[in-house]
Design a protein around this ligand. Structure first.
Ligand code: NAD
Ligand code: ZN
Length: 379
């Protein structure tokens, strides 16, 4: 089958690889109809992880079931399904508690959490390909309604970024009528902004420096804060009568940088602590990693950050973090899409065939104007 293969930093190509196939009785084989490029792919694309050369990328997948293993009894051939980016078994201790992002069976011994086409997440083959093998298929596949193909650009957000944005807001502790500041107006930050509005936020503030992304935030009623035009903390204070936002969300991750491009992995965390009020809450879904050999400073290379713990403690804030447990949210978010209460596809800038994926990575990685979210359509 054709698939997008990682050959090294800034080098991906469409190549012929072994066909994905049913290997276990509980496997489901999916013909991939839509698969997104994610900001998480960019950490790998830029060579900032230990993603192995020759591996296939892609963890935001939707497709049609074309074959099922002998042990599958819910999912059927012909179903259109959303596949969570987390590979999870459904019956380990963490899955039983809804923590499918820390499944104990989907990674190597001693590590929790699996994902398709991801560094250090169990070696599963990605879905930026013609076909995808989905293990534990009955547990993993979320069946989509009749309008699956028509609203594919909406439903494709269910495998990762819509639940991830929702999770960031959930972890922040937002209640209806409260304000929230979101750092990062990439796809994840924009989904956090959408989620906060659906959850009844009084005021949603989104910080970034890319005008096209900030415009998308404004389109759903958020306040755009351009940090290239002034200190974002001061701007948040102006919008909150000097008190700070009730809640905050980190949607950037360890490659956070200033508008000039100087990297500081603690930048957004510290700005959040300063932007959020005393006793407020923060949800961190931007990725941070235990080792980052490509980081510009020695501390960050060891996965450590100059986190302003003193200010965080002094303000009595709370923070939640980690990979999002997609299955906790994807069913009700699917139903919001089906009922036309939300249209997460408003961020999609491109639908492209798999053959154009290498070019799309280049543009999206450069955060070029107008490249806000790329959906690849292999089938
Ligand atoms: P992206 O790279 O497209 O967007 C990140 C945005 O952050 C960019 O628009 C960039 O301009 C902005 N930014 C950089 N430094 C900033 C700063 N100091 N202040 C404000 N904004 C800043 O990526 P994305 O797809 O939106 O993903 C965002 C993060 O979420 C990534 O780290 C990704 O790996 C992570 N992620 C986590 C999960 C999870 O389950 N926890 C799931 C999906 C993605
Ligand atoms: Zn993703």
């Amino acid at each position: 089958m054709k698939a997008l293969v990682y050959n090294g930093p800034h080098d991906v190509a469409v190549a012929d690889v072994a066909d994905a196939r049913i290997e276990q009785p509980n496997d489901v084989l999916v013909k991939v109809t839509a698969t997104n490029i994610c900001g998480s792919d960019l950490h790998m694309y830029e060579g900032r992880t230990d993603f192995e050369e020759g591996r296939v990328l892609g963890h935001e997948n939707v497709g049609e079931v074309i074959e099922v293993g002998a042990g599958i009894d819910k999912v059927a051939v012909g179903d259109m399904v959303s596949v969570p980016f987390n590979v999870s078994c459904g019956h380990c201790r963490n899955c039983e508690h809804g923590l499918t992002s820390y499944c104990l069976a989907a990674n190597v011994e001693g590590m929790a959490g699996g994902a398709y086409g991801f560094a250090d997440m169990g070696g599963w083959i990605g879905g930026q390909a013609e076909y995808l093998r989905v293990p534990w298929g009955d547990f993993q596949c979320l069946r989509l309604p009749e309008d699956a193909r028509e609203k594919q650009n909406d439903y494709v957000m269910l495998s990762d970024i819509f639940p991830t944005g929702w999770h960031a807001v959930e972890m922040s502790g937002l209640k209806a009528g409260e304000s929230i500041v979101i750092y990062g107006a990439g796809p994840v930050g924009l989904m956090a902004a959408l989620s906060a509005s659906v959850k009844g936020a009084l005021k949603v503030m989104v910080v970034d420096r890319h005008p096209d992304r900030l415009r998308l935030a404004e389109q759903i009623g958020a306040i755009a804060i351009d940090d290239s035009k002034g200190d974002p903390v001061e701007q948040v204070m102006e919008h909150t009568k000097g008190v700070g936002a009730d809640r905050g969300a980190e949607c950037v991750g360890y490659q956070a940088h200033d508008p000039q491009g100087n990297e500081d992995n603690a930048a957004t965390l510290n700005k959040l602590v300063s932007s959020v009020r005393f006793t407020g809450g923060i949800g961190t879904v931007g990725v941070f990693i235990p080792e980052d050999p490509g980081a510009p400073d020695e501390l960050a290379q060891q996965g450590k950050a100059r986190f302003d713990f003193g200010n965080f403690w002094f303000k009595g804030q709370q923070m939640g973090n980690g990979q999002a447990p997609v299955k906790r949210y994807n069913r009700h978010l699917r139903d919001l899409i089906a009922a036309e209460k939300v249209t997460p596809s408003w961020i999609v800038s491109h639908n492209l065939p798999l053959a154009e994926a290498p070019k799309a990575y280049e543009h999206f990685d450069a955060r070029e104007d107008g490249w806000t979210k790329v959906v690849l359509n292999p089938a």
